[in-house]
Design a binder for this molecule. Structure first.
Ligand SMILES: Nc1ncnc2c1ncn2[C@@H]1O[C@H](COP(=O)(O)OP(=O)(O)OP(=O)(O)O)[C@@H](O)[C@H]1O
Ligand SMILES: [Mg+2]
Length: 265
């Protein structure tokens, strides 16, 4: 199901299983994942699956925040270390509310020992890119900033270290439809500019098709990846593509497969 060609791999899950009750039951059972490295252009992988099937768990593995009960998670064919350039945007707002927007965005550079002048300058560049110029001195908290603005902060924060792998866990799930559409465009712009390998979780099939190069679908627990759709739309996309017949066919195909997975075993 996963492409396995001559290209080197960037992420691999090998025979991964997850139990949270000492092996009595399994949330994830013997799943595989193989993402090839395309450093010059990046790639956009979307994961779809019912609530509770283990999508956030898989992102936490790749972020190095959690180890599976069984199996291996590899980046560039090696176990994960803190040297891997992986960033994550969480399902819930994850900015630090007692710090300003500027300090939140610059935080990753502070840990790297970069001096204040340079880190603020680089943080301001990203703050401008995500459309938050003028808000940098505000505290990163609701309702000082709206939900959409807080996700912009989280995205800027995740991009500042120029990650090789960007993990995004339903980043737009809580946003109104207009903000969500704007955020999709913002994310694509950042992706074209920095071309990381993105692994993005969503429940929205149209969003999945619009953003993805590849869509991987998980069945319900005990879960694993069971379907793969290659989204053969052009690399550069804009909203007009959503009106094309082929886009609609892809949405319908993914929807049918998801229904098949849910009504299956
Ligand atoms: N630390 C934990 N202890 C016990 N059970 C856990 C723990 N973390 C996750 N689970 C369980 O594992 C399953 C998968 O959780 P996970 O958060 O990965 O699902 P998900 O696919 O991201 O769901 P959603 O779409 O609702 O975000 C769920 O049943 C959850 O309750
Ligand atoms: Mg989740």
């Amino acid at each position: 199901m996963f492409k396995d060609t001559e290209l080197p791999n960037i992420v691999e899950l090998r025979n991964v299983s997850q139990s949270y009750d000492g092996g009595q039951s399994y949330v994830i059972q013997n799943t595989q994942m193989l993402i090839e490295d395309k450093p010059d252009k990046g790639q956009f992988i979307v994961i779809l699956g019912a609530s509770g099937c283990g999508k956030s768990t898989i992102l936490r593995y790749i972020a190095g925040l959690q180890k599976p009960t069984e199996g291996d998670v590899l980046i560039h064919d090696k176990p994960i270390t803190s040297q891997n350039r992986v960033s994550m945007v969480f399902q819930q707002y994850s900015s630090l509310p007692w710090m300003t927007v500027l300090d939140n965005v610059a935080l990753g550079l502070r840990y790297k020992g970069i001096d204040e002048k340079e880190r603020n300058q680089r943080a301001m560049e990203l703050i401008e890119m995500v459309g938050l110029a003028g808000h940098e001195k505000k505290f990163a908290q609701y309702p000082t900033l709206s939900g959409g603005q807080l996700q912009r902060v989280a995205i800027a924060r995740s991009m500042i270290a120029n990650p090789e792998i960007l993990l995004m866990d339903e980043p737009f799930g809580a946003l109104d439809i207009n903000t969500r559409l704007q955020m999709q465009e913002l994310l694509l712009d950042l992706w074209y500019k920095f071309h990381p390998t993105v692994v993005f979780v969503t429940h929205d099939i149209s969003e999945a098709v619009y953003l993805a190069d590849d869509i991987y679908m998980m069945k319900k627990a005990p879960s694993r990846f069971v379907e793969h759709v290659v989204v053969d739309l052009p690399y550069e996309r804009d909203r007009e593509i959503k009106r094309q017949t082929h886009f609609m066919e892809l949405v319908r195909d993914v929807e049918d497969r998801m229904l098949g997975i849910v009504t299956g075993d």
